[in-house]
Design a protein around this ligand. Structure first.
Ligand SMILES: [Zn+2]
Length: 260
């Protein structure tokens, strides 16, 4: 049943296509029996359940149908810059900062990773540190996921159109510090959450081509800069003398694309 033995195992179970009821704090899995869950599950049914193990924790995942909840939208269009300094900056001026717990845990992750590489290969200590590292890695990504859920809930409930910029990850990965920050803000998780929540709340997601120079274009006069280093946190236009936080400016430029 297991694909491979090791750190991360996973398998799927079904009841021959019959609906499996889920909900609350425990689930009756076909052939396995009752298992307790850490988080409460929505009361619904599914036909297939995936079980996976990350380090010493077990996870269950399943798909289910969601009814569309039409919520009244307070804003027509919002551009969102997800980035380096803040978790998300919205063209409306709202800012979601990176959680403090996240920054602190990233530091711990770096320490654990350094200590792991110092352990002798094949040793018992190395095996233990591997599990410790995997568990902490998982904790960090859960903190990140959790804070992204707050952003995407707010976006999809309150805005009719959400505009984000696609990321050229492979090109950006060459910059080591930036690779860190891309991992930090979890672009794919962000986009994945937006996609299903847009369906749920009846809003529209617009993903803009990665080459659209939103951070290099002046949001007042539209003139473009040739280059803009990541250390320049404030955008100032040489042409019209407009000065603005670069993340906010990028978000405003994205929101304009939907209106154009
Ligand atoms: Zn300008």
């Amino acid at each position: 049943m297991f694909k491979k033995k090791g750190q991360n195992d996973s398998f799927t179970i079904d009841a021959g296509g019959k609906p499996i009821p889920v909900g609350g704090l425990r689930v009756k899995l076909p052939t396995i029996g009752w298992v307790k869950t850490y988080e409460g599950l929505p009361h619904t049914t599914t036909t297939k359940i995936s079980i996976s193990r990350i380090a010493d924790d077990w996870y269950i995942a399943f798909a289910y149908e969601v009814d569309c909840v039409e919520s009244p939208k307070t804003h027509d269009v919002v551009g969102v810059d997800i980035g380096v300094k803040e978790l998300a900056t919205l063209s409306t001026g709202a800012v979601f900062p990176n959680p403090k717990a996240y920054k602190k845990n990233i530091q711990k992750l770096k320490r654990l990773s350094a200590s792991h590489t110092r352990k002798a290969k094949g040793s018992n200590n190395r095996h233990k540190s591997k599990i410790k590292l995997a568990l902490h890695h998982n904790r960090v990504s859960n903190i990140r996921k959790d804070s992204l859920h707050k952003v995407t809930n707010y976006l999809c409930k309150n805005h009719a159109v959400i505009v984000i910029e696609d990321l050229n990850v492979s090109g950006m990965m060459q910059n080591h510090k930036l690779a860190q920050s891309i991992a930090d803000c979890g672009f794919y998780e962000f986009k994945r959450q937006l996609e299903y929540k847009c369906k749920k709340f009846g809003s529209t997601l617009m993903v803009v081509d990665r080459w659209y120079p939103s951070s290099k274009t002046c949001s007042r006069c539209g003139c473009k800069k040739d280059s803009l280093s990541l250390s320049e946190r404030v955008y100032s236009c040489e042409h019209c003398r407009y000065v603005l936080d670069r993340d906010l400016k990028a978000a405003i430029n994205l929101s304009r694309l939907a209106k154009a």
